[in-house]
Structures are given as structure tokens and as C-alpha cells.
Design a protein around this ligand. Structure first.
Ligand code: NAD
Ligand code: GLY
Length: 359
């Protein structure tokens, strides 16, 4: 097992990465501070892994809340169901919430933990590649609003993250690829060597080679832990993790939550950001082609949906947490391995990319 620390002073916490971690009770129990534990999961993941998790918690009072599966349920309404269950079972302020699932369950569970009685103990057990390399680390929690993705939320750090690579065996290929989009992001924004490693090892990753997957998870978590330690609440460098996300969130909201997977929308958005970076004179045409090729090798989409026109794109991109005084701000690439901080883009150059790239 490997252990990476997210250094946040007295809120520093470990990310455990390895095999067979779900059935290691010590990993959980050392981070639980009282008798009451609630496990949040969904209808797909619970039949696969809930029993194993609950077995490790035999000395606790354990309840579970099983939510429907899908991005469209990442709403305040379904977080309220978690509160209902906690209150009905008289859970107190020192109880622990475990989020067992992908990014949707992690974000919702974390938000419920942040809000219930103003904050209870929280453990992340991410079960998708995307959640293991990104969403479970760093304390961003929240839900979607019909008018904007992840618009309601809180920063709330877990006590630990338990990333068991074995659970990826049951993940389908489309979800694995979506996770790879966020893995590629780390190479693009700050780690050229990792990007080159990904280019050379993409077949092994797609074939689910355990060593390659573990390396990619560790490298991603190391990058994310460093960024979060430096800028927990996104006043600076953390925003670079949003490469492709302003475009991507517009695609997710505009197409209806759940049509594109988050990682798929990020892959498209990253290609659009690369195109805009080329127009700025930073990336070369060869750089952009290299980026598109890597996403294509993962069978990820690289062009925007035809029915989302530029006007609608701009409208949707205007609802983004990075924007200031109504100006759209995006992360671009100075070169592969070097991202900009959020920069305001004038609508004319943005339109050029939206009107022409992939159209
Ligand atoms: P997801 O949570 O919807 O999971 C994808 C699918 O895989 C679901 O159908 C789920 O039930 C299923 N699944 C999960 N684990 C499985 C397993 N081991 N075996 C079989 N099936 C399994 O999607 P995701 O890609 O994990 O997460 C996307 C969400 O994460 C989005 O809402 C996005 O906004 C959010 N996100 C948050 C952050 C953050 O920093 N908090 C970062 C990136 C993404
Ligand atoms: N996934 C973006 C962040 O954690 O900041």
C-alpha cells in the first residue's frame, strides 16, 4: 500500500492507494471517532461493495443510504434524503459519514457531511478511476443546479481517502476512459514527463494493467495533493485543475446532466481549450494534435455536440465559479505541461474556437 499525504496543517490527511484495501478494517476504524457510522452509496455500487465495507465496521452502529445512480440525482433533493436518514436515526455530531462510490456519491456525501450539524467526520472511498485520481481528494463537495454544474457546495476535507485499485475491475470501459481524461489533465497542466509517460503507456492503461493503473493513480494523487496543499480554496493555482472544465461544464449542463460523462465533457473541453491556446500563439498545431490523439486513443470524444451552438455555449460558460464580474475566464496552456491561471477571454476569440473547432 502507498500513502500520500494532503498537507493541510492540523487537517492533513492520508490517501491510501493499493490493493485489497476495502477489507482492511484498520484503515477505516482509526479515522472513526464514535459509534455511529453512515455509508452513502448508490444502487449500482452497493450490491458490489457495501457488504465488504460494513463487515469491517462490526463494532459500530452502521446505517446506509442508497441513492439512485446518476449525475441527474446530484441535487439538493437527494442530499436531503441523507439528512432525513441521519435525523431519523438520531445521528449526533461526532458520527462519521463514509461516501462509497464515484464522484457523484463523493461530492454529495461530502456536502451532506459538511452541512449536517455544521460538519461531521467524513471518509472517502472512491470507486471510479475519476474519483480515485481527482474528486475524492481536495475537499470540493456539492451538487448541481439546473442552471449550472456544481454551483452549490462547500470545501470540506475528508479524514482519509481509501483508493482500492481492485474496485476498478467492475468499472466499465467507458467509465475508465472518463477517468483517464482527468489523469491526462495532470500531465497537461503541470507534468510533462507524466504526459509523455501516458503517451507511451496508454495501451497498458486501457488494458487495465495493474502496475500501470497504480502508477497513474499515484502520480495523479501526488499532483493533486501538492496543488491542494498549496491552494486549498482555489485562490490561485488550484484553478488550473479546471483545464477544459468551463467548456466541459457547459456541455454537461447544455446536454442535460448524465448525457455526457464528466470526463468525456472534460476531454472535449480540453481540446477546445487547446485550440484556443493555439490561437493565442502558445501551443503549436502539433501540440494540439498530440493532445487530441491521446484522448482519441482512450476512445474519448474530442469535438463538441453539434446541437450546442456558440451562443448557447457562451451563455452556459457565463455561469462558472471562475468568472469575475461576468467575464468568462478559462484555463489555457502555455505549452504541454504548463497551464495559465484563469484568464479573461474576449468573446471574439472565444467565438472563433466555438465556431470552428470540431464544427
Ligand atoms: P459517477 O459517480 O456517476 O460514477 C460513474 C458510474 O460508475 C456510475 O454509474 C456508478 O454507479 C458506477 N460505478 C462507480 N464505481 C463503480 C465500480 N467500482 N464498479 C462498477 N460501477 C461503478 O461518476 P464519476 O465519473 O466517478 O464522477 C463524476 C462526478 O464527479 C461529477 O459529478 C463531477 O462533477 C464530479 N467531480 C468532482 C470533483 C471534485 O473535486 N469534487 C472533481 C472531478 C469531478
Ligand atoms: N477537480 C478540481 C479541483 O479539485 O479543484
Amino acid at each position: 500500500m502507498n500513502k500520500i499525504l494532503v498537507e493541510l496543517g492540523n487537517r492533513t490527511y492520508p490517501i491510501y492507494i493499493g490493493s485489497n484495501l476495502l477489507s482492511n478494517p484498520e484503515l477505516y476504524t482509526q479515522h472513526i471517532k464514535s459509534k455511529q457510522v453512515v455509508v452513502i452509496s448508490n444502487e449500482t455500487i452497493a450490491p458490489l461493495y457495501l457488504e465488504t465495507v460494513i463487515k469491517q465496521l462490526s463494532s459500530f452502529q452502521v446505517e446506509s443510504v442508497i441513492l439512485p445512480d446518476g449525475e441527474q440525482y446530484k441535487t439538493l433533493e437527494y442530499v436531503t434524503r441523507i439528512f432525513d436518514e441521519l435525523l431519523a436515526n438520531k445521528f449526533s455530531r461526532n458520527s462519521t459519514l463514509i461516501a462509497l462510490g464515484g464522484g457523484v456519491i463523493g461530492d454529495m456525501g461530502g456536502f451532506a457531511a459538511a452541512c449536517y450539524q455544521r460538519g461531521i467526520n467524513f471518509i472517502q472511498i472512491p470507486t471510479t478511476l475519476l474519483a480515485q485520481v481527482d474528486s475524492s481528494v481536495g475537499g470540493k463537495t456539492g451538487v448541481n443546479h439546473p442552471l449550472g454544474k456544481n454551483m452549490i457546495g462547500a470545501f470540506y476535507q475528508p479524514q482519509c481517502v481509501i483508493a482500492d485499485a481492485d474496485v476498478l475491475d467492475t468499472l466499465d470501459d467507458r467509465q475508465l476512459a472518463a477517468g483517464l481524461a482527468e489523469v491526462i489533465k495532470y500531465g497537461l497542466i503541470r507534468d510533462l514527463d507524466f504526459f509523455v509517460w501516458l503517451e507511451n503507456n496508454i495501451s497498458a492503461l486501457l488494458a487495465r494493467d495493474k502496475n500501470a493503473l497504480s502508477y497513474a493513480i499515484e502520480k495523479s494523487c501526488l499532483n493533486k495533493a501538492e496543488i491542494v496543499s498549496e491552494d486549498e480554496t482555489e485562490t490561485g493555482v488550484r484553478a488550473t485543475l479546471n483545464l477544459g472544465h468551463t467548456f466541459g461544464h457547459a456541455i454537461e449542463t447544455g446536454s442535460g446532466y448524465g448525457v455526457y460523462l464528466h470526463g468525456e465533457a472534460v476531454a472535449i473541453g480540453t481540446c477546445q481549450a487547446a485550440d484556443l491556446s493555439r490561437r493565442k500563439g502558445w501551443l503549436t498545431t502539433e501540440d494540439v494534435e498530440r493532445i487530441i490523439k491521446l484522448f482519441e486513443q482512450c476512445n474519448l470524444p474530442t469535438t463538441p455536440p453539434k446541437d450546442l451552438d456558440s451562443e448557447r455555449f457562451i451563455d452556459l460558460m457565463s455561469v462558472d465559479k471562475k468568472n469575475i464580474d461576468g467575464q468568462i475566464r478559462v484555463i489555457l496552456l502555455k505549452q504541454i505541461g504548463v497551464a495559465t491561471l484563469p484568464i479573461g477571454v474576449d468573446k471574439a476569440s472565444l467565438r472563433e474556437t466555438l465556431d470552428t473547432y470540431g464544427r
